[in-house]
Each structure stands twice: as structure tokens, then as C-alpha cells.
Design a protein around this ligand. Structure first.
Ligand code: HEM
Ligand SMILES: [Ca+2]
Ligand SMILES: [Ca+2]
Length: 300
């Protein structure tokens, strides 16, 4: 049995949660987008089998990293995880797991970006493997049907309302042109607002963007650094970037929740917070299954 609990480190490392918050705040003040990354990290780690920092392992000793999966395209700021881990190692060596860094950095990132405070347990253990072959089975693609997205989330205990709320994370951050061009070239997707499509063409002038070029559009042009319900207002006015975003409006199962969240930021925050908590507690490893890594990039 795993032993996630509130303030798991109260004896082994009493300042652990404070150290993480200090580091996340410092990093946010230097590079605001680190906070955005921590939220995406939580999703991409926790949905793949477990919240076990399997995402953070680098390719080593013949084991390929999850970071190389195309579903993890665009993920950034991994190097600053090391900054957080180093501060923790200084405070109390080998006590705080990388999986808890994933969870708590996301929690603190959400608050810095104007989202709700999520009360999270700790005590996660780190995996000894990265599961690159499993990533595509868990992390949906940008053009998957909403029904298949709902069924993946259902499998970890997040219902339709929770899934709609989690996608509200696309109220922050960016999307690279490779994930957008199919909606504007050769013809503009009719479900896309025409003036918005013109803006996207300006951001992504070529139908075949160089995947290495840093060409992207912001998820939410109006409040790009706020985790607010603007995402739902955007998709209601046909300004969703990804096909998966736009489908929330066209599917009768998800549409009512989109309307409710667009109308009420507090309600969005409440649902987001509930669903993020479930995601963060997906299948934690027991003591024997996992370890506490010294360096989040490598198993011990
Ligand atoms: C369920 C279906 C989802 C799909 C198909 C999806 C797909 C994507 C894609 C394609 C990008 C852009 C990557 C790029 O081009 O750089 C992106 C960005 C992002 N996603 Fe998702 N996503 C999903 C759900 C979520 C969830 C549940 C969260 C968090 C709770 C999340 C958080 C983010 C964030 C924060 C970004 C911006 C990253 C940045 O600016 O660095 N996504 N997502
Ligand atoms: Ca994982
Ligand atoms: Ca926003």
C-alpha cells in the first residue's frame, strides 16, 4: 500500500514544501513560463501509469526517455527541475522524491498563475523506469476525438466534468505551429473564427513549419499567463487552438460544462482543483516499487 499523506515530510524534511514553493516562486519571477511547464508536467507524468516522475528520466543505459515521445513535443524547462531538486538535496539529502516535486511544483505553479490552491498529499516514490512505449496509450493526441480523451481520463477516475476542467489548463501556455497548421492550410477549418484564423496564419505563415523553429501561438491571447476561464470563452467563440479544444464545444456531453465554466470562474477553479487532485494521486508507487532519486534525471 502506498502511503500518501498530508505533510508526509513533516519529520524527515519539515521545510520540504516551503523549499519547493520558494524555488518555484523564484523561477517564476525569472521565467514565468516555468510555472506553465509544471502544470503540463503533472499531466504528462501522472497519466502515464503513475505519478512517479517516470517523465523526468533521461535516456540512459539503453532505456529511452518518455521525453522523446512525440506526445511530449514542446515540453520545456526540465532543466529547472534540477534547480528545485538541488535546493532540496541541500536541505535534506535523499528525502524528497522527484514525483512529489512534480506534484507540488504544479500545485504552486497553479497558484502563481492565478488558479486555485490545491491541498495535496505527499509521499510519492520515483519509478526506476521511463515508459516511452506507453506514452501514446495514455497522453491523447491533439486531434483525437473527445470521446477517446474522455475514456482515458475515465480510466484514472476523472469524469467528464473533471476532464473539461483539466483542459482549462490550455488557458495558459503555447502551441507550436506544427499542431495548428492543419486547421488553417490548405483551407481554414470552418469551425474556426475567420479573424482568429487570420491571426493564426500570421503566427504560422508556412503550411509546413520547421519543427525546430520556435513558431507558436499562445493558447489564450487575452489572459495568456492566467489560469482562468477565458479558455472556455475562447472556445465558445471558436478560438480554440487544438482540435481537441474545439470539440469540447461541439460534443453534447461536454458542452454543458463548457457553458458553466465560461460563466463562472470560481466554479471552474473548484472543478479544476478536484480533478487535478485525482490526477496527482494516480496510482502512486509503494516503498518497494519505487525509490527516492538523487537526481531526477537518473535512477539511483
Ligand atoms: C486531453 C488532451 C490534451 C491534449 C491532446 C493536449 C495537447 C497539447 C498540445 C498539442 C500542446 C502544445 C504543445 C506544443 O506545441 O508546444 C499542449 C500544451 C499544453 N498543455 Fe495540453 N493537452 C491535453 C490536456 C492537457 C491537460 C489535462 C493539461 C494540464 C492539466 C495540459 C496542459 C498543457 C499546458 C500547460 C500546455 C502549454 C505548455 C507550454 O506552453 O509549454 N494539457 N497540450
Ligand atoms: Ca508516470
Ligand atoms: Ca488565460
Amino acid at each position: 500500500k502506498s502511503d500518501l499523506q498530508i505533510n508526509y515530510y513533516s519529520e524527515s524534511c519539515p521545510r520540504a514544501e516551503e523549499v519547493i514553493k520558494e524555488q518555484v516562486t523564484n523561477l517564476y519571477n525569472i521565467h514565468g513560463n516555468t510555472a506553465v511547464s509544471w502544470i503540463r508536467n503533472l499531466f504528462h507524468d501522472c497519466i502515464v501509469k503513475s505519478c512517479d516522475a517516470s517523465l523526468l528520466l533521461d535516456t540512459a543505459e539503453g532505456m529511452e526517455s518518455e521525453k522523446t515521445s512525440s506526445r511530449n513535443f514542446g515540453m520545456r524547462n526540465f532543466k529547472y527541475i534540477n534547480t528545485i531538486k538541488e535546493a532540496l538535496e541541500k536541505e535534506c539529502p535523499m528525502k524528497v522524491s522527484c514525483a512529489d516535486i512534480v506534484a507540488l511544483s504544479a500545485r504552486d505553479g497553479v497558484v502563481l498563475l492565478g488558479g486555485p490552491h490545491v491541498e495535496m498529499k505527499t509521499g510519492r516514490k520515483d519509478s526506476k523506469e521511463s515508459y516511452v512505449a506507453q506514452v501514446e496509450g495514455f497522453v491523447p493526441n491533439h486531434n483525437d476525438t473527445i470521446q477517446s480523451v474522455l475514456s482515458v481520463f475515465q480510466s484514472i477516475g476523472v469524469d467528464t466534468e473533471g476532464t473539461v476542467a483539466l483542459l482549462g489548463a490550455h488557458s495558459i501556455g503555447r502551441v507550436h505551429c506544427t499542431n495548428i497548421v492543419h486547421r488553417i492550410y490548405p483551407t481554414v477549418d470552418p469551425t474556426l473564427d475567420p479573424t482568429y484564423a487570420e491571426y493564426l496564419k500570421g503566427r504560422c505563415p508556412s503550411p509546413e513549419p520547421n519543427p525546430n523553429a520556435i513558431e507558436y501561438a499562445r493558447n489564450d491571447r487575452i489572459t495568456p499567463m492566467l489560469l482562468d476561464n477565458m479558455y472556455y470563452k475562447n472556445i465558445l467563440s471558436h478560438k480554440g487552438l487544438l482540435l481537441v479544444d474545439q470539440q469540447l464545444v461541439s460534443d453534447p456531453d461536454t458542452y454543458p460544462f463548457v457553458e458553466k465554466m465560461a460563466a463562472d470562474n470560481a466554479y471552474f477553479h473548484e472543478q479544476f482543483s478536484k480533478a487535478l487532485l485525482i490526477l496527482s494521486e494516480n496510482n502512486p508507487l509503494t516503498e518497494e516499487q519505487g525509490e527516492i532519486r538523487r537526481d531526477c534525471r537518473y535512477k539511483n
